[in-house]
Write a protein that binds this ligand. Sequence first.
Ligand code: UDX
Length: 457
Amino acid sequence: MEKKQKERKGHLVLVPCPLPSHMSPMLHLAKLLHSQGFSITVIHTQLNSPNQSHYPEFSFESIGGSMLESYSAFDGDVMLFLSELNMKCETPFHDCLIKMQLCSQYNPISCIIYDSVMYFSAAVADDLQILRIVLRTSSAANYIGLSILDENDCHSTQECRLEEPVAGFPFLRMKDMPLFSTQKHTRKVLTCIYNGTKTASAIIWNSLWCLEHALFEKIEDETLVPVFPIGPLQRYSSNFSTDVLSEEQSCMAWLDKQAQSSVVYVSTGSVITMSKDELLEMAWGLANSDQPFLWVVRDCLVNGSDGVEQLPREFHESTRSRCRIASWLPQQKVLAHRSIGCFFTHNGWNSTIESIAEGVPMLCWPRVGDQRVNARFVSHVWRVGLQLEDRLLREEIDRAIRTLFVDEEGIQIQKQAKELKKKVEISLRQEGASSDFFGRLVKYIRLQETMISLSNA
Ligand code: UDX
């Protein structure tokens, strides 16, 4: 431990959120920064703590104790989870940093990099006068959405005039904003995330300049802090691992047998659930489309119970020859497969950029939070997909899949998806925008370290 810390220059404390879709980009970022000579300490909760054996080069400190162990974020109310998480972590985080500052095993902390939803980190860092940089694991469009809701004093679906266009963004409607239900704690959490972001010294984004440069310029003008869009972070190291290897192998072997760009890949991420009616509409929409499909039905997808069991026998019989269902797959590997022709997605940000990075057109069915604004950008700004409106209907799914695969509109979308993929590849090259911003981020942190050590001298 002593050795791995001391031989490196600069010590970064990273604070990931325990939700898997947030944890993953932070750990990818940690690996990247470690490759630049920084020592890394990851401060995590007991709940969903990272597998330390995968990261022998980092130090880990737990602040969760048992207080979050019994709490499941997957009970449905993510905002309530975040509210509790932030309340319960602030004091242990403060104590942990004090302990680290006193302990000779650690170099002095150069900077805290925290997930924007772990906003308690901002107050603690300010209190201890440590530089803080925020990581946004969602799109710049989502942040702009939060700022629009803030300006309009409106955070819930009940308060907004949903069909009205958003001033300054004519292609967006109020209902595309990251609205949540009208729970008391929701507004507070969203405001804290927003404030904890705009007051940081710098903002790192798991997004790309080529996707959202106009928004990044606007954010930089408004916050007066540098932004570093260095995504997609997933592309720098491997995907979520899957424990169900046999399932993965059989699905990949099945994909190998399918025609080029013919398969609809269906996944709704790691958090959301759906009703049995929605499951059946999705199933019959896919079945009626006549395309082969690979469908991730998580064990608790249908209101917490096993969705596959709820699919009728007729569905299995009519789709047997052209369908595979799995409980979890290595998504990036699937999206990169030559047989995938479309991604039917809920537009979580990770899924959205993974699809863009692989040039796969999307069929968007956004549900909550950032997913709506992501879907609107996919369909109306980048034009790499079609959006289904809120109520899932089998006829609409069938029609949209046929449009994406056969119609002129779909062919244009396929072309555009390939173009965008090229732009992402260019961004990731050594001289590309994401690599360039990463280089600037490293220089920025080094400069801040120098200034701090000069002011302490
Ligand atoms: C949540 C929110 O729902 C989302 O709106 C927000 O942008 C991030 O936090 P989640 O719903 O899990 O995320 O969706 P998403 O961001 O798309 O992340 C899912 C991740 O799980 C992706 O990285 C995807 O590659 C991975 N995945 C999903 C798998 O590896 N295998 C699967 O079978 C399904």
